[in-house]
Design a protein around this ligand. Structure first.
Ligand code: DGT
Ligand code: CA
Ligand code: CA
Ligand code: ZN
Length: 591
């Protein structure tokens, strides 16, 4: 048995070993090794990846060389990896080539020979430098490189960068749901689910994983390849297809037999860290879990299948209740499941209204009435209109007169709803700027008209975390705001959160009973999952709002709820799940 097993670490899987062999082959190719050796590594990686027996077990029995294509020298390297987690030879090769050169191997059409040449002859050691050199026409100094090659390379670099980036969940989830519906409609498909980070509702996703059960996997794969959402098939077999969506994002389809559905869904939902803990727990109970099922460990022989049809069964086999996918990040969910203390997570249906919505009074696209009607159509009980305060000129901040007109409109709308016996209320809020000195931009003469105030930072960001913290804490302590909008200011894939000492903010929010927003706009999701959880643990209330600037944005509420679920949030923690009466009296406490 390898030392990892002895010291109780989770086992190295065949996939882990295959990845290492592939990387070794990449580096050998860079190093100009002979084709024969290279191919033997590549083939070994492929064999190991699909090998039905765990190589970790074989190694324990000194039987690695029984695997086809694994000779003495490869067996030694695999053994070294299993025992120490490293291969000396691989580390040696790595030291010869910067990480950026190895990364170049991922550019379509740019092979190891080219990578080695640009590195050795032009000292280019990253994709960014390679791009620069191609743009400047410096690659054509190498024999065999011309203007055309440079042009093609630039295009391929762009493709690689595009596809390697993570995308927003909101860009992928609708496509995923569309593909799922089409798969379910195929006569050969019994069950189909989304897996991977999309099922866990991570804020950004690398690729999309889909899982299907069928007795005719090859036909399912063939039908899937024909779906118009796929612009390119990368790899296809009888039970597996990898393809590219129009966005450049990859989608992986796997087809498994019905009796493995739960095990495969559990495995491919991840996260990898969660699965490592799950496997470890299984091992301690004398069980083995993989994507085919839960098996009794019976020495060397493959043991009996004890679970696999559905996820409940898989978790039950290791004495745990089913764990919601959003929690599967190895952040204490297994311990909580064991102790029976998993949270009763908030659900989209718990939201009774949206408290951050813009109209044409500032930078929104529709009127108060149009936003209200759209919110009613979603089944909400209330909507809060929160246009910008005067100092935010760029976003059409309202003058005091505009606030008064807006107020009249809202009063009129509510009177009309009441007259018609419609149980729906428009609240009058304001998204007030938290100014650089920590004061809040509220036009004093109209302050009394508002039901509530959101305080947000929009301008005057500084990298000085102390100052930003003082600003936000000052706003909370002012007694004027009911919640802080998009508290950390981050924009996903574009702008980092401004430095903020969250603990200080949480302490102030808890003691002044000011809520923090989980802004549901898909590129904000601010607070993020982890921060929302910290807030909840400190007794801080939350509110989930879309920050809609258009009726079409109201549907973003789901993304805020997913983030909240990933932050272990329950409905009662979120003020806009409350009854309107309770919400109003909470607002009124402050005025
Ligand atoms: P992503 O695509 O980067 O947003 O994240 P995921 O979690 O969707 O990761 P992905 O697509 O690589 O794999 C999907 C799930 O499959 C992952 O969460 C866990 C499982 N999985 C895939 N490969 C491995 C592996 O080599 N070892 C283990 N333990 N699990 C794996
Ligand atoms: Ca994925
Ligand atoms: Ca994947
Ligand atoms: Zn804002």
């Amino acid at each position: 048995m390898g030392t990892r097993g002895v010291i109780g670490m989770p086992r190295v899987t065949n996939a882990d070993i295959a990845d290492v062999l592939d990387r070794l082959a990449d580096l050998l190719e860079l190093d100009n090794a002979d084709q024969f050796r290279l191919r033997s590594y590549r083939r070994a990686a492929e064999t190991v990846r699909g090998y039905p027996e765990e190589l970790a077990n074989l190694h324990a029995q000194r039987k690695l060389t029984t695997v086809p294509g694994i000779g003495k020298s490869l067996a030694e390297k695999i053994a070294e990896y299993l025992d120490t987690g490293q291969i000396g030879y691989l580390e040696e090769l790595r030291a010869k080539y910067p990480e950026g050169v190895v990364e170049m191997l991922n550019i379509p059409g740019f092979g190891p020979r080219s990578a080695a040449r640009v590195f050795q002859e032009l000292h280019i050691s990253s994709i960014a430098e390679l791009e620069q050199a191609a743009r400047a026409g410096r690659l054509r100094t190498l024999p065999g490189f011309g203007a055309k090659t440079e042009e093609r390379l630039l295009h391929n670099i762009e493709l690689y960068l595009q596809a390697s980036e993570r995308g927003l969940l909101a860009d992928v989830l609708p496509v995923a749901k569309g593909l799922l519906a089409k798969l379910r409609a195929l006569p050969e498909v019994a069950q189909a689910e989304i897996a991977g980070s999309v099922r866990r509702r991570r804020e950004t996703v690398g690729d999309l994983d889909l899982l299907v059960t069928s007795e005719q996997p090859a036909r399912v794969c063939e039908a899937f390849r024909g779906f118009e959402e796929l612009v390119e098939v990368i790899a296809a077999g009888d039970t597996k297809v990898s393809a590219r969506l129009e966005s450049g994002r990859q989608v992986d389809l796997r087809v498994v037999p019905q009796e493995s559905f739960g095990a495969a869904l559990q495995y491919f939902t991840g996260s990898q860290q969660h699965n490592i803990s799950v496997r470890y727990r299984a091992n301690q109970k004398g069980l083995t879990i993989n994507e085919y099922g839960v098996f009794v460990e019976e020495g060397d022989a493959k043991g009996d299948l004890v679970a696999g049809r559905d996820e409940e069964e898989v978790y039950a086999a290791i004495d745990l209740p089913w764990i919601p996918p959003e929690l599967r990040e190895n952040r204490g969910e297994i311990e909580a499941a064991e102790a029976g203390t998993l949270p009763a997570l908030i659900e989209p249906g718990d939201i009774k209204g949206d408290l951050q919505v813009h109209t044409r009074y500032s930078d929104g696209h529709q009127s108060v009435r149009e936003m209200a009607e759209a919110a009613r159509a979603l089944g909400y009980r209330f909507i809060g209109i929160t246009d910008h305060s005067p100092s935010l000129y760029v976003a059409g901040g309202m003058t005091s007169d505009e606030v008064r007109w807006q107020h009249d409109e809202i009063v009129e709308a509510n009177a009309e709803y009441e007259g018609q016996g419609v149980k729906f209320t428009v609240l009058h809020g304001l998204e007030a700027d938290i100014l650089p000195d920590g004061t809040i931009d509220i036009p004093e003469e109209v302050y009394q008209l508002f039901d509530y105030i959101v305080g947000s930072v929009h301008q005057g960001f500084t990298p000085d975390a102390d100052r930003m913290t003082t600003r936000v804490v000052g706003a909370i302590e002012s007694g004027l705001i009911d919640f802080v909008g998009h508290p950390t200011g981050r924009v996903l894939l574009k702008r980092d959160a401004y430095g903020l000492h969250l603990d200080a903010v949480l302490e102030a929010a808890a003691s002044h009973d000011v809520a923090l927003e989980i802004n549901a706009f898909p590129n904000r999701l601010d607070l993020c999952d982890v921060d929302a959880r910290r807030a909840r643990d400190r007794g801080v209330r939350l509110t989930i709002n879309t920050d809609s600037h258009d009726v079409a944005h109201l549907g973003f509420m789901q993304y805020g709820v997913y983030t909240a679920r990933r932050g272990w949030i329950e409905a009662a923690d979120v003020v806009n799940t409350w009854n309107l009466e309770d919400l109003r009296s909470w607002f009124r406490k402050r005025r």
